[in-house]
Design a binder for this molecule. Sequence first.
Ligand code: DOR
Ligand code: ZN
Length: 450
Amino acid sequence: MRNGLLIQNAMMVLPSRIVQGDLRVINGSIKTVAPQGGLQPEIGEYVIDGTGLHLLPGAIDPHVHFRDPGHPEKEDLESGSRAAAAGGITSFLDMPNTLPNATNRTALEAKIASAAKKAVTHHGFFIGATTNNVSDLQSVEGMDGVCGIKVFMGSSTGDLLVHEQKHLEDIFANTGGIIATHAEDEERLLSRIPEFQHRTDIAAHAEYRDVECALIATKRASALAKDHDHRLHIVHLTSGAEADWLSSNKGDLITTEVCTQHLTFDQDDVENLGVRALMNPPIRYSEDKEKLWSRLKDGTIDCIVTDHAPHTLESKSVGFPKAPAGMPGVETSLPLMLTHAMNGKCTVSDVVRWMCAGPAKVYGMKNKGSLIEGFDGDLTLVDLENDRTIQDSDTWTRVGWTPFAGRSLTGWPIYTIVDGKIVHSRTKGGKLRGNAVASPGSVGRPLIFE
Ligand code: DOR
Ligand code: ZN
């Protein structure tokens, strides 16, 4: 690729307004943001005509499970990063429940080295907490490419679990940075098994892993954060009750997120989609979905994520309750949210706030998430003029399916750009899957967290 990149005539979604104009990236950074006609091509510059497209900061997905190492049949850093790029995501944060679990410095260094060879986007990794690895958690503090500590307070996919108070206290008392909790209460989960073990209808999932289960753990994690003056991020909020409670209790130490699927699906979708919609914490009820929207709009919820958690259709085919929990989403989240915006549920600027600036702020990613001169040249140009129906065969995730199959979505990225380099492209009329442009490892860096 030539030296600089110039995008002309795009509707630019700036932090405070949307204006038609031109944007130049030089040496990987946004050099100039100008009104339409303000920038003319220079010799050797690659020029994109952004007419009819919206230019957004590259989206950041701070919650994905790319299964590397351990489950290449589900995903690896190459296929996951490609899927991210196809969806306009230019930075991702990957979870530690891999095989082996990422619970020490060696494992984290290996993931970062692997991403350097395989990824086409920027990347960061969580270290997983166990009942006895505080010194490992300490050993990666402040390391580039390491975004925080993940604590599974309730059992989910894999065997990472820390639920006893003494272990949680130890972690909160003796570590720095951000602790991200999967907040479901293990004791309640265990105590309710007898009541639910005979149920084979999928509606039982949300009844079993109920709102109370999530609320107990959310309150417990919040108390630990306050007692130890520790930054806490509560991942995938699912219930109106948690969102309401956090709105008056989160303070400055606590941030939280919601998944696209919890903003989109409810009990009827679970019924229709079956095990494809099985995840932890569960898809809940329409009242929860609407409350999550309102707490997103009032600022209680800081950002939107996917919890991209691919499982093969073969492994899902055993049906409920044996099927593994989790669904892919990294390549559909931005079009899905932009479709919500075009349907009047929110604005395009809201989507940028929740999927670009929001995650950058939560995790302290410098110079990311906004179209501002001096910020990194991570961009996506999306088409809000056409609706296109996605099918399983259009996906880049290795599992080859999407819970949104059959849905008509707008906002498909035409170009995804990382550090000023095109990593994925599609045309308005060509195949929806589009084209991988960058070769693995040629673009993307370990993220730096302040
Ligand atoms: O549904 C889920 N799937 N929830 C989790 O907490 C983990 C994830 C996975 O890794 O499959
Ligand atoms: Zn997750």
